[in-house]
Ligand binder design. Structure first.
Ligand code: UGA
Length: 467
């Protein structure tokens, strides 16, 4: 099928490359000429596993790039809208990009097509897109508007797309549903997974993935409710972690016990320094605004956001309680991205903490396997950037772990201890076992677990903490 994907951000670029891998003819539309030129030249603008491979396979063949939306729409049977929906000052989603795309598409509709929302949008958006296309002179029979939200996570976006838990199709008639079913047919029939060149899937992959067909409005709501629920899970466990700290329980043990209930499940119950990224903070706020507009005061979501804010502040207080004053202290920082596996620093709790520590007069040497270039644009030369975790730790008064990159969980602890000025690790992602750290000679602070100190350290140096 000929498909246009509008917007070459994370979702658009990954969806376009994956549709091409499924065998479709895809044109990726963007109005950013520099981005288009870079994509045409073989550059891969985001750090995403398997994306370079897919772009390499299909670029210039089944995947082309254009700035002519009207023409791309004219030539395609399905037009996916994956443009940004950033938050306004009020916290609701700014849908002006979606509206201008709808306006432009209407000029390219000659024969029947389906216009499909891929971005995360509030529940009434499909109705508006429909109205805008009609208002610009397109016949009602010439198009349908559908919603096909994406549940991909940055860092694992390609495999999340190709091996999803479900494919969600929101549309209001069978004609539009048939187009979407056809697009995903290589996945739902299992054909894609039998190909020798298929991208390898994760262990838990559900093959073939089930399709869920709902009304357009339900699909729009499912996306917002899913992200809000996941954010709620994280805030919930972070609040439980705080209780654990007060009463001397171990949050990791609590997560194991709670998450073993199959009705709850263990995923998205990792405590830490709060959620960040371009989705959860924006989507929880936008869903809150949607609820308010529809007359429902969804205050649970306020609390989810409040706990998330508080979690960063608690971590700052923890750094204080470990190090006393911060002015002039040399701190090694591991991780700047909002989570592991990505170079994205949008709404990154790690960046927030680094800025707060700089404000307090600390000196910081940071290392991140992928996000340093982007971090440099925000932090400039106020931070020194290291080439490795050990270099970040060199001569530091303490090491802070702020992003859950796998390589940070596998450090050579002997070497780390030798690099640090004082063997103090303050771990915002619970990557280490406190007993191991203690046996290895570290003072170790983490989230929702008691601080621990090197075996054999005199009580006076234990900062009054229970070991
Ligand atoms: C999220 C959703 O997980 C995707 O399903 C959704 O498609 C996407 O938003 C979107 O709407 O586009 P993403 O923002 O890439 O994906 O990242 P997540 O893996 O969900 O992590 C979000 C934040 O929560 C990160 O800061 C991460 O460190 C934090 N987190 C996650 C925790 O603190 N604890 C956890 O247990 C899980």
């Amino acid at each position: 099928m000929r498909i246009a994907v509008v917007g070459s951000g994370y979702v658009g670029l990954v969806a376009g490359a994956c549709f091409a891998d499924l065998g479709h003819e895809v044109v990726l539309v963007d109005n950013d000429q520099d981005k288009l030129a870079a994509l045409r030249n073989g550059q891969v603008p985001i750090h995403e596993k398997f994306l370079p491979e897919l772009l390499g396979r299909h670029r210039g063949k089944r995947l082309t790039f254009s700035d002519d939306l009207k023409e791309a729409a004219r030539l395609s049977s399905a037009v996916f809208v994956a443009v940004g929906t950033p938050p306004t000052e009020k916290g609701d989603a700014d849908l002006s990009y979606v509206e201008s795309v709808a306006r432009e598409i209407s000029g390219g509709i000659e024969d029947y097509k389906v216009v499909i929302e891929k971005s995360t949008v509030p529940v009434y958006t499909s109705e508006w897109v429909r109205k805008i296309i009609l208002r610009n002179g397109t016949e009602a029979e010439a198009f349908d508007v559908a919603s096909n939200p994406e549940f991909l996570r940055e860092g694992t976006a390609v495999t999340d797309f190709l091996f999803p838990d479900r494919i969600l199709i929101g549309c209001d008639n069978e004609r539009a549903a048939a187009v979407l079913r056809e697009i995903y047919e290589p996945m739902t029939s299992g054909d894609y997974y039998r190909r020798s060149d298929a991208i390898p899937g994760p262990d838990r992959a559900r093959i073939p993935p089930p399709i869920i067909v709902t009304s357009t409005k339900s699909a729009e709501l499912i996306k917002h409710a899913s992200n809000a629920f996941l954010a709620m899970k994280i805030s919930f466990i972070n609040a439980v972690a705080s209780v654990c700290e007060s009463v001397g329980a171990d949050v990791n043990q609590v997560v194991h016990g709670v998450g073993s209930d199959s009705r709850i499940g263990p995923r998205f119950l990792n405590p830490g320094i709060g959620y960040g990224g371009s989705c959860f903070p924006k989507d929880v706020m936008a869903f809150r605004a949607v609820a308010r507009e529809s007359g429902h005061d969804f205050r649970l979501l306020d609390e989810v956001m409040r706990i998330n804010e508080e979690q960063r502040q608690r971590f700052l207080r923890k750094i204080h309680s470990a190090l006393w004053t911060l002015r002039g202290k040399q701190l090694g920082v591991l991780g700047l991205a909002f989570k592991g596996g990505t170079d994205d620093i949008r709404e990154s709790p790690a960046i927030f903490l680094v800025q707060a520590l700089l404000q307090e007069g600390s000196k910081i040497t940071a290392y991140d396997p992928a996000a340093m270039e982007r971090a440099r644009e925000v932090l400039g030369n106020r931070v020194a950037f290291a080439e490795s975790s050990y270099e970040a730790a060199r001569g530091a008064d303490a090491l802070l772990i702020l992003t859950e990159w796998e390589e940070f969980a596998n450090l050579d602890l002997n070497r780390l201890r030798q690099e640090l000025r004082y063997p103090i690790v303050i771990d915002g992602r619970n990557l280490y076992d406190p007993e191991v750290m203690s046996a290895q000679g570290f003072t170790y602070y983490s989230v929702g677990r008691a601080a621990c100190h090197p075996d054999g350290v005199p009580a006076a140096l234990k900062n009054g903490k229970k070991v």
